[in-house]
Design a binder for this molecule. Sequence first.
Ligand code: SF4
Length: 359
Amino acid sequence: MSQPLLGMGLPALEAWAKQHGQAAFRGRQLHDWLYAKGARQLADVSVLPKGFREQMAGQPPDGSLDWMGRSRELHRSVARDGTTKLLLGTHDGLSIETVGIPAEGRLTVCVSSQVGCPMACRFCATGKGGLQRSLAVHEIVDQVLSVREVMEQRPSHVVFMGMGEPLLNIEAVLDAIQCLCTDLGMAQRQITVSTVGVPRTLPRLAELALERLGRAQFTLAVSLHAPDQRLREELIPTAHAYPIEALLDDCRRYVAITGRRVSFEYILLGGLNDQPRHAAALAQLLRGFQSHVNLIPYNPIEEEEFQRPTPAAVDGFRRALQERHVAVSVRASRGLDADAACGQLRRRLEGSLEPVLAR
Ligand code: SF4
């Protein structure tokens, strides 16, 4: 079965070139054009023989528009602070979001791992539409290349915090991390995998990462969003099958296998989980756990009832954790005017992509 070239490493590209009657050095050329030059189509790789490019153009691989495995840009939304959200079209007519977030000296790409998401978190626009399918390796790597191309800057960090639950697509996510590190030259430590938790997958993630990548140095960010099971189930319906204590036990096993500390994400929803008593309960829950808590003030989506927390509530929550010796940071809001929250752009444009494309 043929597959797109994006996502393949140098040995696989050399083997592909030989399989198709070319010398192995053509594989090295392809590697350079795929990853360093960011070529979008095989026809653009002008160092390859013209006859070969013409012959291959007529037979694209399974699951792709062209041998290179790149997507089409359907829409671009740029915020005043430079945060750039792209809506990318897949070969089968679906769309995914990816976001480039510039900051001093760095460019973070927030990538999607699935089209849609089955986890149905109540505060999330993506969760409202359900899952369509998981992404393949080339569709994940393509998002990083697309942001690099549009923002004309080399991404320094990648976070799996876009559409989808990465732990429901572990193998493709790990293969994409391998490709980003080996072929695009990123450091594993600059990559974060974020999950709301899928039963029994954290130890598997740790073991597979060691097996496939040789080490697990990326950051694991676990979305807690509540200090107790009842409130967590209200916000994340799928949490009913995964008690918070079992999730924390799996986090401890992850730490034991990888030697890496876990980062906990906590979305602050005005009046709901942002009170000092919630901070005290969270500190109690995490007692003795070497961790870091990242507070995320909620980014409102149109049809939901949740509120953005007040600056005083955010500050009070942070201080309450610090007083209890919990390492904590607050994520700065970026790109609020660019539909920057997960799934917002795709939902806003649902049903209207044809007019966007026609512009
Ligand atoms: S927050 Fe993440 S896991 Fe939850 S529905 Fe949205 S994309 Fe899925």
